[in-house]
Ligand binder design. Structure first.
Ligand code: ISE
Length: 336
C-alpha cells in the first residue's frame, strides 16, 4: 500500500537546514518539503523556488498552515522553544535540532504540554542514536557482551568553529551529544556532573576555553569522561569506549580505504560532522517519517531534550563553582 506523503515545513535555511532539505527531498521516500521560512527572506525565497515550496512570511504562519503536516526546526538555538511551543499548540509533529531550548524551564513546559495532550509530538535531533556504530554498542550492552558497563571514555574533537563561538557552546552545542548518547547507551540518568579545568591549547583561535574536560556520574555510579576540543584538532574525531566488567566496546571509525604507501599505513578522517555522521542523519529522518506514518514517535523525546538541558545547566554552573553539581530532574511522566 502506498504511504501518504508527509508535508514538511522547514524553519531555518542555514547549513543544517539546507542539508536536511536535500535529505527530505532525495532520501526519505515519504516526505515532501512544501514550505520554508528563514529570518533572511531572500534565502527562504531561493530555497522555495529551488524545491517548489511556499515561502512563508513567518515561522508561526508556516506552523499554522493547513498544508503543513509536520515541522522541522533548524533555526538559531534561541528560537527553538517558541516554534516548538507553537507546534504543540497546533497539535503538529515537530522535529527540533538540539538543543530543544535554551533553558531547562522551557523544556519542562514542553514536557507538561505534551503530557496534557496525551501524545508525543516532539523529536529532538540527537542524531548519534541513529549511527550504526553506536547502535551496535547499545545492542552489545543489551546482550550483556561485556557485562555491566562501569565507565565510558570519550572524546569530541572539532577542527574549527564559526565566528561568535563561546565557551558555553562547548557544552550546549558540542558535549550535548555525549550527554545524550551516554544516557541512551547506559539507560541511566545522571546524578552529578563536573567540568574540570585543564591546560589550554595554543591552537585555539577565538576567545573561549579549549579544551574542556567534562565528567558525568550516573545514578548507579558509572563515570563518563569527555574530552571536548572545539578548535585546532587534527580532524573531526569522535571517540567512545565503554569499559565493562568483562570487556570493552569501541565506537568504530568511519570506513574509508586504508592506504599503505611510503612505509606507512593511513586512512582519512573526516573534517566535520556532516562527513562523519551523514548516514545517521539519513536513518534519523527515515525513521522519524516512518514513526509519523505509524502514528507513534519513538525517537529522542522532549524528555531527552529536557534531561540534556538540565545537565548542560549543571555543567555550566560547575565550570563556575569548580565543584560537581547535582542534576535535578522532575519526576518522569509515564508518557516517556
Ligand atoms: C556542532 O556544534 C554540532 O552541532 C554538531 O552536531 C557536532 O557534531 C559538532 O561537533 C559540533 O561542533
Amino acid at each position: 500500500m502506498k504511504q501518504q506523503t508527509i508535508r514538511i515545513g522547514l524553519i531555518g535555511c542555514g547549513a543544517i537546514g539546507k542539508e536536511h532539505l536535500k535529505r527530505l527531498t532525495n532520501v526519505v521516500p515519504q516526505t515532501k518539503v512544501v514550505g520554508v521560512y528563514d529570518y533572511f527572506k531572500e534565502v527562504a525565497d531561493e530555497m522555495a523556488s529551488q524545491y517548489e515550496a511556499e515561502s512563508f512570511a513567518s515561522g508561526e504562519e508556516l506552523i499554522q498552515s493547513d498544508n503543513v503536516d509536520a515541522v522541522l526546526v533548524t533555526s538559531t538555538d534561541d528560537t527553538h522553544a517558541g516554534y516548538v511551543m507553537e507546534c504543540l499548540k497546533n497539535d503538529k509533529y515537530v522535529f527540533c535540532e538540539k538543543p530543544l531550548a535554551l533553558t531547562a524551564a522551557e523544556c519542562a513546559e514542553m514536557v507538561k504540554k505534551e503530557v496534557e495532550l496525551g501524545h508525543r509530538l516532539i523529536q529532538v535531533g540527537f542524531n548519534r542514536r541513529f549511527d550504526s556504530g553506536y547502535r551496535e554498542m547499545k545492542q552489545a550492552l543489551i546482550d550483556g557482551e561485556v557485562g555491566e558497563p562501569l565507565m565510558i571514555h570519550s572524546a569530541h574533537r572539532n577542527i574549527s568553529q564559526a565566528p561568535g563561538f563561546q565557551t558555553d557552546y562547548a557544552i550546549t552545542r558540542v558535549a550535548i551529544h555525549e550527554i545524550d548518547i551516554t544516557r541512551w547507551l547506559l539507560d541511566q540518568e545522571y546524578d552529578e556532573v563536573q567540568v574540570l579545568k585543564v591546560k589550554q591549547s595554543k591552537r585555539t583561535t577565538g576567545d573561549w576555553l579549549n579544551p574542556q574536560l567534562v565528567m558525568f556520574k550516573t545514578c548507579e555510579g558509572q563515570i563518563i569522561d569527555v574530552e571536548v576540543q572545539t578548535d585546532g584538532a587534527y580532524a573531526y574525531d569522535v571517540q567512545c569506549q565503554v569499559v565493562g566488567e568483562d570487556g570493552t566496546l569501541n565506537l568504530p571509525d568511519p570506513a574509508t580505504v586504508v592506504k599503505r604507501t611510503k612505509q606507512s599505513k593511513h586512512y582519512q578522517l573526516g573534517n566535520d560532522w556532516a562527513t562523519r555522521f551523514i548516514d545517521s542523519y539519513d536513518t534519523e529522518f527515515t525513521e522519524w517519517a516512518d514513526s509519523i506514518s505509524a502514528g507513534r514517535l519513538v525517537g529522542p523525546s522532549a524528555w531527552d531534550g529536557y534531561a540534556a538541558c538540565v545537565t548542560t545547566d549543571a555543567l555550566i554552573k560547575s565550570r563556575k563553582t569548580g565543584i560537581p553539581e547535582k542534576v535535578k530532574l522532575m519526576e518522569k511522566p509515564d508518557l516517556y
